[in-house]
Write a protein that binds this ligand. Structure first.
Ligand SMILES: Cc1cc2nc3c(=O)[nH]c(=O)nc-3n(C[C@H](O)[C@H](O)[C@H](O)COP(=O)(O)O)c2cc1C
Length: 314
């Protein structure tokens, strides 16, 4: 007997306990969108040159955050190593929405395409959503709320529940029926998640990078002020997913420190329906992460879709 996921070169035999059917062991559904695997690249972490390598690995494609106009990003230094992770201050370097849409076919990896957006004002967020709502190639939009709202003194759009509610409800109206994910940071995550759900989010992506500082002791100066990512933040992200899953109904997309198949399982057990791979993909092939996750499913005799929130006890 052979299975759809033997495509990954992993298995030719079913678990004794389960009758695996074609491709279904890895498949999940997110807001009605079928994903062949629960893995998605975290926004900003998959190089365009690597797109062909991840065909069949990621269940959806998610390019770097796009803004209304082109941005050149932050000046160097932009990255620094940290214990079990990295700090980045890339900024939202991107070609702007119109140019991005002209190049959309580059992101066709045979999987649904999600688009991450950010803007300086609520009105600009809404205008981007209005531009994307009629774009059939875009299966869902992810609002990146970890960017400053220039109309509120540069406070982030996810600084607190009222700010979240305002931008999410306006975007909800602009996006009509298209699925809308709201990406939050770990700060005030439970209150912000509730506000996002109440304002019409279809799913929540948890979490963005954790605010961090790198100091150069010899130069006695700040080397980098940016966001920490990688395995160092995994417990923070897991806690966010776990706590939020207790108070919202919408599906969660876990992200933070995933570098192996067991990490994927941990996020799903904590309450995630899908899982994004970010900095981990700089050091380990996403294909290997998927293979490890598939091996975990086989060992446990479960389907991916049955893992969500399936923590025993606690
Ligand atoms: C180099 C780099 C660029 C990033 N760019 C974006 C971005 O454009 N939009 C966004 O929402 N998050 C961005 N992030 C945050 C990631 O999507 C993710 O939320 C975070 O890194 C935590 O996941 P990880 O530990 O798996 O990297 C970026 C992270 C890194 C490391």
């Amino acid at each position: 007997m052979s299975f759809g996921w033997a495509y990954y070169g992993l298995f030719t035999m079913a678990s004794e306990h389960l009758e695996f059917v074609e491709s279904s062991a890895l498949a999940v559904e997110l807001c009605g969108i079928p994903l062949a695997t629960p893995l998605i690249p975290a926004a900003g972490t998959l190089a365009r040159e690597a797109l062909e390598d991840v065909r069949g690995v990621y269940g959806a494609m998610l390019p770097k955050t796009v803004t209304p106009a082109p941005r050149s990003g932050n000046p160097p230094p932009r990255v620094a190593e940290a214990a079990s992770g990295m700090v980045n201050s890339i900024g939202l370097q991107n070609p702007g929405l119109e140019r991005f849409l002209e190049d959309l076919e580059h992101y066709d990896i045979g999987a649904p395409l999600f688009v991450s957006v950010a803007a300086d004002t609520v009105g600009e967020f809404a205008a981007m959503c209005e531009r994307l709502v009629g774009e059939e190639r875009v299966a869902a939009v992810e609002l990146n709320l970890s960017c400053p709202n220039v109309e509120h003194g540069g406070l982030q759009f996810c600084a607190g529940p009222s700010a979240v509610r305002e931008v999410v409800s306006v975007c909800r109206g602009a996006l009509a029926g298209k699925p809308m994910f709201v990406k939050l940071t770990s700060e005030r995550v439970v209150a912000n998640a509730v506000a996002a759900e109440e304002a019409g989010a279809h799913a929540l992506t948890l979490i963005n990078t954790v605010p961090a500082l790198v100091v150069d002791a010899r130069a006695r100066g700040v080397f980098l002020r940016g966001g920490l990512s990688g395995p160092a933040i995994k417990p923070v992200a897991l806690r966010a997913v776990y706590e939020v899953s207790k108070v919202v109904e919408v599906p969660l997309i876990g992200v933070g420190g995933v570098a192996g198949g067991t990490d994927v399982a941990e996020f799903m057990l904590a309450g995630a329906t899908a899982v994004q791979v970010g900095s981990g993909s700089f050091v380990r092939e996403p294909q290997v992460v998927l293979e490890e996750f598939a091996a975990y499913l086989r060992e446990q005799g479960v389907f991916a879709r049955d893992l969500t929130g399936a923590l025993a006890g606690y």
